[in-house]
Design a binder for this molecule. Structure first.
Ligand code: TMP
Length: 205
């Protein structure tokens, strides 16, 4: 594959969207083609699956169904969008990827990590992000930011313990995969966070 695959991870309200817009600008300034996409979603079919997943009315959605839907959307996303763009030489910035499944379904919901790794092997055995930026923020601060932004979706209705488990899982993933992970402190002012991100991605160029 010719392009670079960058994933952005973190809990709720950590500032993924505005920082992703900044990363896109930095890459474009170098004259490199780049697309921004997201999970769950990124394709027409994936966005339909996303609607099911985040709808707060779907209270009965079983945790295994949730897990399988994440990977169903991801399969479509990889085949229809991510792989073709990387093959063409475009860089791909993805707002969440499989690490979010380890953090939310594995850490948050307590599903078996081994089952997740079997699905990961099945769906994308040969593809891993070149770099994963983990925007790390105190859970309470993130949740209050997210609440100001919009009505809570099905995930945002979870309690603080759930999100503490999500955060701790992300931090342990960052340790396990220290080669591709960069932890970005998301608590300072936006300009400072942007500088840390610029520094972190410098090695990719
Ligand atoms: P977003 O609002 O950050 O775009 O993501 C929607 C929600 O989906 C977010 O609360 C995290 C959750 N999610 C998972 O639980 N597992 C996954 O694999 C992905 C990609 C997202």
């Amino acid at each position: 594959m010719n392009g670079k695959f960058i994933t952005i991870e973190g809990g709720e309200g950590v500032g993924k969207s505005s920082n992703i817009a900044h990363i896109k600008c930095v890459i474009e300034k170098r004259g490199i083609p780049v697309i921004v996409t997201r999970e769950p979603g990124g394709t027409l079919i994936g966005e339909k699956i996303r609607t099911l997943l985040i709808d707060p009315e779907n209270l009965n959605l079983h945790a295994n169904t949730e897990l399988l839907l994440m990977f169903a959307a991801r399969t479509q996303h990889l085949e229809e969008k991510i792989i073709p763009h990387l093959n063409k030489g475009s860089w791909v910035i993805c707002d969440r990827f499989t690490d979010a499944t380890y953090a939310y379904q594995g850490g948050g919901r307590g599903l078996d990590m081994h089952k997740i790794s079997i699905l990961e092997q099945w769906v994308h055995a040969n593809i891993q992000p070149d770099m994963t930026l983990l925007l790390d923020l105190d859970v309470a601060t993130g949740l209050s930011r997210a609440k100001k932004r919009s009505a809570a979706d099905r995930f945002e209705q979870e309690n603080i313990e759930f999100f503490n488990k999500v955060r701790n899982t992300y931090l342990s993933l960052a340790q396990q995969h220290s080669q591709r992970y960069r932890i970005i402190d998301a608590s300072p002012q936006m300009g400072d966070v942007q500088k840390s991100i610029e520094h972190a991605i410098e090695g990719l160029f």
